[in-house]
Write a new protein. Structure first.
Length: 261
């Protein structure tokens, strides 16, 4: 099984997977590998189509592990955000004037309109929708601040002890940092363990390919952790293998590596 991050791994500055990466994905599928989208993004817009491209009838990880969705139509597993975390994050967003996004399994709202939320919606290929916690039915599974990279330390300080915080960047939105907040203990790594158990796979037979801080938990639980060449230093230090950068088709290199393991 190969778990694949989206931003900075599957998708680079062009905003979509390259022909070489898509060819490598098709070859992996033909070889019988299970490919699992493993992203902090929600299951909407082009992102859900990426999951179907990897495996049209399998489990995928969205919202940094807060939602596990089977594209074959099986039941979804969700881990909702507690009300106290929601209240804290909305208060901080208003006090600091930071862009905050609220995410349901396959829907979202920007808490307030800003250039960051507008650019992010464009990057995700979805319509910008402004609203609050009661505008969509169901459980909010993830919150996300979209701030300048230089504001990351301030966000971490303001939200210290508030759920599980993981940060990421994307070549498609340079200069921005995405800080996801999920229920305490919910991570990509935990989700990979859960799916591996459901499929009867040993973690030593699982590969994770990623580039950001929110991929660290996943890299630590799998047998074959792969860092993209554009990864953060902490990710590079944690990985067992390092491949080329996303804009040089490093994911294709990682998939080719998996065929010989």
């Amino acid at each position: 099984m190969v778990c694949i991050d989206v931003d900075g791994t599957l998708v680079g500055s062009s905003g979509s997977p390259t022909k070489r990466v898509l060819a490598a994905i098709n070859e992996s599928v033909a070889r019988g590998q299970r490919l699992v989208l493993t992203t902090a993004r929600g299951a909407m817009g082009p992102t859900i189509e990426y999951a179907k491209t990897l495996n049209a009838n399998g489990w995928h990880i969205f919202h940094a592990g807060a939602a596990l969705i089977n594209t074959g139509g099986e039941a979804t597993r969700e881990y909702p955000i507690p009300s106290d975390i929601l209240k804290t994050c909305t208060r901080v967003a208003m006090e600091r004037d930071w862009a905050l996004e609220l995410y349901w399994e396959s829907n979202y709202r920007a808490f307030r309109h800003s250039d960051f939320t507008r650019h992010h919606a464009e990057m995700l290929g979805i319509e910008l929708r402004v609203g609050g916690p009661t505008d969509v039915e169901g459980h909010i599974v993830r919150l996300q601040f979209v701030v300048p990279e230089t504001s990351l330390p301030d966000v971490k300080e303001a939200l210290d002890g508030t759920g599980t915080l993981r940060s990421a960047t994307s070549p498609a939105m340079a200069g921005a940092c995405f800080v996801s907040i999920t229920q305490l203990g919910i991570t990509k790594g935990k989700a990979i363990m859960e799916i591996s158990s459901m499929l009867g796979l040993h973690l030593s037979d699982v590969m994770m390919v990623g580039d950001g801080h929110n991929d660290l938990d996943a890299l630590r639980v799998v047998g074959h952790g792969v860092a993209m060449g554009n990864a953060e230093q902490e990710v590079l230090d944690e990985a067992r293998y390092i491949v080329d950068m996303v804009d040089s088709d490093g994911l294709a290199e990682a998939l080719e590596l998996s065929w010989d393991l």
